[in-house]
Design a protein around this ligand. Structure first.
Ligand code: LLP
Length: 446
């Protein structure tokens, strides 16, 4: 049974009820407290320990399905290649593989994860500015669907590796359209000064050159302008219009173009952002490409996985500082790096029924890592939160565990997949022995 929640928190911050209303995978119950699908998070934290990540399989499926329906609804012949970097847990990948998802990978490790989860190579795109010869050889041997090349240097490298294997690599050129996606500078990728893609003005000549190389077959154009895009669809439309113009120019020169890759980047509301719905992205893709009669690919990561996950952490202690209340968690920036790296805002909810309904006052929520940047939030309206209380950091399903480190010699946290009222540990907490296992002291030191 759901209990009513007290409202409003600090100005600008959504209150608990608003956070829950936007996240159907989460609910607050009078007895069980905060639940992810049918699983009480307090019980999960007790059984698995903290910090720990919990992912909702239903949410992954629901969001993948909504995106697929939006693309279909816009009349597109579209394929979805989930960006593995967002969350590379095998069970998460398996949920999406079972839905028919392809993958966008950027390393040998991601390729191995996608393949191990059952995503066929024929649905995998290999992107990234620094593909090594070894990786190119591997993806070609696997029979990859497409490589997105980001420079003339890389094109030559792919051609010579493929030719040495007696293969012809299917390659799209990733263009840099020089548009501003109006997102955080560290995740803007489509401006001229960014390291990604080739200048769109050089792309036609490069495409023609590719067609003449022995180990290559140019198959299309790819573009990705940034991540966590919430400032409307204008940047997408501008980039897609440039790509469509390029496709027409290539065809005009008699160069075949088989498909376009519209990238990822669709943002989600962490705080109060108005994120465009997938129908809007589908509309932008259809507006630019439907007339060209081309299949369209997308590479979403965050939009699918972000809202599906929470990070569970326990309050170690509450420190009354000179001017502030510090709630110190057992999770830190080594677990969830986003606040430290991008000043990201994440919802934080206590999981116990009592704390969900208690009066609130401002608190800084921090981790145990020895850096001031190890701060999840400042001045957030939160209840008292005694030591031992568990909190859930919301929207941590994308770029959470996948960006974790063992900084401060803190083992990687456990990961759990939730499905209805069932749950399973899908990655064990890293044992301390692991941290030392591959290190050695040189013999000469005795
Ligand atoms: N395709 C390419 C070529 C990409 O570079 C990326 C993300 C994606 C697809 C997926 O983008 P998404 O749909 O997830 O926005 N660590 C940052 C985000 C980095 C995104 C990098 N590239 C964060 O936590 O906000």
């Amino acid at each position: 049974m759901s209990a009513p929640l007290p409202a409003p928190a600090e100005a600008g911050d959504p209150d608990f009820a608003e956070l829950l209303a936007q996240r159907p995978q989460l609910s607050a119950h009078a007895l069980d407290g905060l639940c992810l699908e049918g699983v009480p998070l307090a019980r999960l934290a007790e059984a698995v320990g903290t910090p720990c990540w919990a992912y909702s399989a239903g949410t992954l499926r629901r969001r993948y399905g909504a995106l697929r329906a939006a693309l279909k609804g816009a009349g597109l012949d579209a394929s979805i290649h989930y960006a593995v970097k967002a969350n590379d847990n095998l069970a998460v990948l398996r949920v999406l593989a079972a839905e028919g998802a392809g993958a966008d990978v950027v390393s040998e490790g991601e390729l191995r994860a996608a393949r191990a989860a059952g995503i066929p190579a024929g649905r995998i795109v290999f992107s990234g500015v620094g593909k090594t010869e070894r990786e190119i050889r591997l993806v070609l041997a696997e029979g990859i669907f497409q490589l997105n090349a980001e420079s003339v240097e890389e094109i030559d490298m792919i051609s010579s590796v493929a030719a040495s294997m007696g293969q012809v690599a299917p390659v799209s050129i990733r263009v840099n359209p020089d548009v501003d996606a109006r997102t955080h500078a560290k995740i803007t990728t489509g401006k001229a000064e960014n390291k990604f893609g080739v200048a769109i003005d050089d792309a036609a000549a490069l495409y023609a050159r590719m067609a003449a190389l022995p180990g290559l077959r140019p198959i299309g154009i790819a573009v990705h302008i940034g991540s966590q895009i919430t400032a409307g669809l204008a940047a997408y439309r501008a980039a897609y219009a440039k790509v469509a113009e390029l496709v027409r120019a290539l065809r005009g020169r008699g160069l075949p173009v088989e498909r376009v890759d519209g990238g990822g980047g669709l943002g989600i509301p962490y705080r109060d952002e108005i994120a465009p719905p997938p129908e809007a992205l589908a509309g932008a893709l259809a507006g630019a490409f439907k007339g060209l009669g081309l299949p369209v690919m997308v590479e979403p990561g965050r939009w699918i996985a972000g809202p599906a996950g929470v990070l569970l952490a326990r309050v170690v202690l509450v420190k009354r500082g000179a001017t502030r209340r510090f709630v110190v968690l057992d999770a830190g920036m080594n677990d969830l790096m986003r606040p430290a790296m991008y000043d990201a805002w994440h919802g934080i909810l206590p999981v116990s029924p009592g704390a969900l309904h208690a009066p609130r006052s401002p608190a800084d929520v921090v981790g145990p890592v020895c850096e001031t940047g190890d701060t999840f939030t400042q001045g957030r309206a939160l209840p008292e939160l005694a030591p031992g209380e568990v909190v859930a950091v919301l929207d941590a399903g994308a770029y959470g565990a996948s960006m974790s480190s063992t900084y401060n010699a803190r083992p990687l946290a456990a990961e759990v997949l939730v499905e209805g009222d069932r749950w399973a540990v899908v990655r064990d907490r890293q044992p301390f022995e692991d941290l030392l296992a591959r290190q050695r002291i040189p013999e000469w030191m005795g």
